[in-house]
Design a protein. Structure first.
Length: 100
């Protein structure tokens, strides 16, 4: 958001691809390079680096084979407490309510 005023785009690509680095991951077992090869990632990178993405910033773009999507952050209701700041132990004790 800060860089938007100077027309700078800041985006990220979060790929799921079958490469030498990921070929032993259980979640990719049975996948082929044609399905999840790195060739699916470069068009997204090229798009984000080009003028075609003008005005698009602050996004995390997922790529999983031919599926392109946006990752979004979810915010729970959480809990608020009065008084002192939270301690790590307080957070542990209230964790189920925080993430609910």
């Amino acid at each position: 958001m800060e860089f938007q005023k100077i027309n700078a785009r800041v985006n990220a690509v979060a790929p799921v691809a079958l490469t030498r680095m990921t070929d032993d991951l259980p979640m990719l077992k049975g996948a082929t390079e044609e399905e999840l090869g790195p060739q699916h990632i470069s068009p997204v990178v090229a798009f984000l680096a080009s003028d075609l993405s003008e005005g698009i910033t602050g996004k995390i773009v997922g790529v999983q084979g031919t599926k392109v999507f946006e990752y979004r952050m979810e915010v729970t209701d959480g809990i608020h407490r009065q008084g002192a700041a939270w301690s790590p132990q307080d957070i542990k004790t209230q964790w189920d309510k925080i993430v609910k």
